[in-house]
Write a protein that binds this ligand. Structure first.
Ligand code: LMR
Length: 393
């Protein structure tokens, strides 16, 4: 039977992780998969999470099922974190899901149930798993221009031109902050323009927010999202806690729906509940329970925010230093944009051959489209990286 299966294309990011693990060179540098690393190269467990886990260990008295939507307390905290009173809670419902990917998956299923013929518009480029899951679920998909390869910044004119051709009722998938893979983000003025376009054309935004707190700060990173939520009648949010709480393997995510009125919100909630039941029954609890504890305890929340700020500032410093070092080594301003980008990623604008040489000759691993994970870079490796890049240009 299994011989009838089609061979599956490898996921580029996952394949790169495997290649890096098999490389036995000591000086190799992993700028591939998006995980935060500290100066020792470790992806540390956030101290606030450790404290919350200890609390769970000592106080949790049952491992029985929580509910098909997961913990409503967790959902409530995630709604506060992302939407922070920008709209009435009577219009908001949500479901816990396994990670940000799980949340997006469940929202895609909800879209398919509610509006099967709507196109889902994805940015060009986008996180490769967006189009992959949409295709897998059979949802119609279209792309809009987003990134200007020449300036390595947002091609806002191209984006608007393409979205102007969208049909009434189409879905617009946006990155809430820290665009993956480019690192180039919309300004608040651009969020306003896109919001107006959503209103005019009745586009329904779906915001993937996986890096809140990694860009310009916990609250600044959701300003665009909140502005949009305060204006549009319907909206969806797929939020991930993998990166900002460092709970990658625990799979913590929330699928949030904002509906025009309470009745529609309740319908969406019912459907999310049923979709969870059909997909995995109950979402995993442990990581979400830790996040809920942190967000519900002012002292612990403050501790987490301090740790998150340290990560963010570390990434900003790496950005500034890498862009400076590249300016010196290449004797050009070509890579200045690295300092302006935000979040874990920047797309460097190197060609596939450059990327291959960097990997084969220098042991520097980045995604084939030249996306680097800034947070994977050790400060002492900046000069070597800049020097190596300057040599392959
Ligand atoms: C990435 O883009 O590297 C991360 O979001 C990890 C993943 O699942 O692809």
């Amino acid at each position: 039977m299994f011989e009838n299966l089609m061979a599956q294309p490898a996921d580029n990011i996952m394949a790169l992780m495997g290649m890096f693990a098999r490389d036995d060179r000591e000086n190799k540098i992993d700028l591939g998969v998006g995980v935060y690393k500290d100066k020792t190269g470790l992806t540390p467990i956030v101290e606030a999470v450790k404290i919350a886990e200890r609390h769970l260990l000592n106080n949790q008295i049952s491992k029985s099922y929580v509910g098909l939507l997961g913990s409503l307390g967790f959902i409530d905290q995630m709604v506060d974190l992302t939407l922070n009173k920008s709209i009435s809670k009577s219009r908001i419902v949500g479901a816990q899901a396994p990670g940000g990917t799980g949340a997006l998956h469940q929202l895609f299923l909800l879209i398919r149930a509610a509006r099967p013929t709507a196109n889902v518009w994805v940015s060009m480029p986008t996180w490769p798993n967006h189009p992959a899951i949409l295709k897998h679920l059979g949802l119609p998909m279209k792309s809009y221009r987003y990134f200007d390869e020449m300036t390595c910044s947002v091609d806002f004119e191209g984006m608007c031109e393409d979205l102007n051709t969208a049909a009434q009722g189409d879905i617009l998938l946006l990155h809430g902050c820290c665009h993956n893979p480019t690192g180039a983000n919309l300004t608040i003025e651009e969020w306003t323009e896109i919001t107006n376009m959503c209103l005019e054309k009745n586009l329904i935004p779906l915001i993937d927010i996986a890096y809140q707190g990694f860009g310009d700060g916990l609250n600044n990173d959701v300003m665009g999202l909140q502005l949009m939520a305060s204006k549009v009648p319907n909206m969806m949010i797929g939020a991930s806690c993998s990166k900002n709480f460092g709970v990658y393997r625990d799979r913590v995510g929330a699928a949030i729906v904002v509906a025009e009125e309470n009745l529609a919100a309740k319908l969406a909630e019912d459907n999310l509940k049923s979709l969870n039941r059909l997909t995995f029954s109950f979402p995993p609890d442990h990581g979400a329970a830790a996040v809920e504890l942190i967000l519900g305890d002012p002292e612990l929340k403050q501790k987490w925010q301090t740790e998150l700020e340290e990560m963010r500032k570390g990434m900003l410093a790496l950005r500034l230093n890498l862009s400076k070092s590249l300016r010196e080594k290449t004797k050009s301003d070509r890579f200045n944009f690295i300092a302006d980008h935000r979040g874990m990623f920047s797309r460097l604008g190197l060609n596939t051959r450059n990327v291959e040489i960097l990997r084969e000759k220098y042991g520097i691993y980045m995604v084939a489209d030249s996306r680097i994970n800034i947070a994977g870079l050790h400060p002492e490796k900046i000069e070597f990286l800049a020097e190596s890049i300057s040599k392959v240009l």
